[in-house]
Design a protein around this ligand. Structure first.
Ligand code: SF4
Ligand code: SF4
Length: 285
C-alpha cells in the first residue's frame, strides 16, 4: 500500500480540508483508505461523514501503581520528572506518563506499571473508502505510539487497497515522526506566514532525516505575497518541489462550514488545481 501523509506543522493551514479533497480525487481513480492521525482533535470525520463504525483496537498506555506498603523512602518522588508520585509512593494517575522510572528505582519493589485503556481506534465506512479514526478517553493526549498503532491497523485491516491518504498530526513532535515514518510521500501544506514558514523548514529537516520524499502545497497564497516569495525561493534553493499554489478563497470556508469538501462544494478553479496536485502526487510516488 502506498502511503501519502499530509503534514503542516502549524495548525490552520488547511491540512485537513486538503487531505479530504486529495482522498476524494484519488478515489476517482483508485480504491483508497483514509486515516485521521490527528489523534484527539482530528476533523476529518466531519468532512468524510463516517458510518457503520467498528471498533478495531484499543489504545493502551501505562501508569505506575503502588502494590504494597513501603518505608516511604521518597526515591520514587525524586526520580519522577512529572511530579506524578509523592514521597509516600502515592501516584497521581492523571500526571503519570508511565515512564517506569519510579518502578526501576524503588528499593522495595512496591511499584508496578499497570495498563490502562486510553482510547479506541475505529474503522468506519465513508463514500470514498474506509476511514480509520480515534476517540481518546478524557484527559488523554496524542502520542507517537497511538499514531503508530493507527498506521498498523491501517495496514492490517485494509486488504489490498492500493493507496492510503493520511491526515497527520500538527506540530513536529513524536506523533508527527510516527505519521511520517514509512510514508511513500509527505505533502507539506504551508501558508505564507512566518510561523508556518518556520514549521515548514523544521518539517523538511525531519523528512530528510527519515529519508521520505516531500512536496509542498503553498495554500492561502495571497495572505502575504512577500513571505510567499520567500517560500518559493527557499524551495528553489533547496531543490524541493513546490507542487501546488492555492489562493485564499472565502468559498472554501463556506464549503467547510456546510460540512462539504473543496471537491464537493469548492470553486471550480481550485478543484482544477487540486486535480493537478493529485496527478502530481500520484506521479511522484
Ligand atoms: S521508592 Fe518505593 S519504597 Fe520508596 S517511597 Fe517510593 S514506593 Fe515507597
Ligand atoms: S511511571 Fe514515571 S511518570 Fe509515572 S509516577 Fe513513575 S516516574 Fe512518574
Amino acid at each position: 500500500m502506498k502511503q501519502v501523509t499530509v503534514l503542516s506543522g502549524k495548525g490552520g493551514t488547511g491540512k485537513t480540508s486538503l487531505t479530504a479533497a486529495l482522498a476524494q480525487l484519488f478515489n476517482r481513480k483508485h480504491p483508497v483508505v483514509v486515516a485521521d492521525c490527528d489523534v484527539g482533535s482530528g476533523n476529518l470525520p466531519l468532512l468524510l461523514k463516517p458510518y457503520g463504525k467498528t471498533c478495531m483496537e484499543l489504545l493502551s498506555s501505562s501508569v505506575a501503581k503502588k502494590v504494597t506498603s513501603c518505608s516511604r523512602c521518597g526515591e520514587c518522588a525524586e526520580v519522577c520528572r512529572f511530579s506524578a508520585i509523592n514521597s509516600r509512593g502515592e501516584v497521581d494517575e492523571i500526571r503519570c506518563e508511565g515512564c517506569g522510572s519510579c518502578v526501576y528505582v524503588c528499593p522495595e519493589d512496591a511499584l508496578r506499571l499497570k495498563g490502562v485503556t486510553s482510547g479506541k481506534i475505529f474503522q468506519s465506512q465513508t463514500l470514498i473508502g474506509d476511514l480509520f479514526h480515534t476517540k481518546l478517553q478524557p484527559g488523554e493526549e496524542a502520542t507517537g505510539r497511538f499514531v503508530a498503532k493507527i498506521k498498523d491497523s491501517l495496514q492490517k485491516f485494509s486488504g489490498s487497497v492500493g493507496y492510503a491518504i493520511i491526515d497527520g498530526p500538527p506540530g513536529i513532535g513524536c506523533p508527527v515522526v510516527a505519521a511520517a515514518r514509512n510514508s511513500d510521500l509527505i505533502l507539506v501544506v504551508t501558508e505564507p506566514t512566518l510561523s508556518a514558514f518556520a514549521d515548514l523548514k523544521r518539517l523538511l529537516e525531519l523528512t530528510e532525516q527519515l529519508d521520505v520524499a516531500a512536496v509542498i502545497c503553498l495554500n492561502k497564497l495571497d495572505l502575504n505575497p512577500k513571505i510567499a516569495a520567500k517560500i518559493r525561493s527557499f524551495c528553489d534553493r533547496k531543490g524541493i518541489l513546490l507542487a501546488c499554489e492555492l489562493p485564499y478563497d472565502k468559498r472554501v470556508v463556506s464549503a467547510l462550514r456546510a460540512g462539504k469538501t473543496i471537491v464537493e462544494n469548492g470553486p471550480e478553479e481550485l478543484v482544477k488545481k487540486l486535480k493537478e496536485l493529485q496527478e502530481y502526487v500520484e506521479e511522484q510516488i
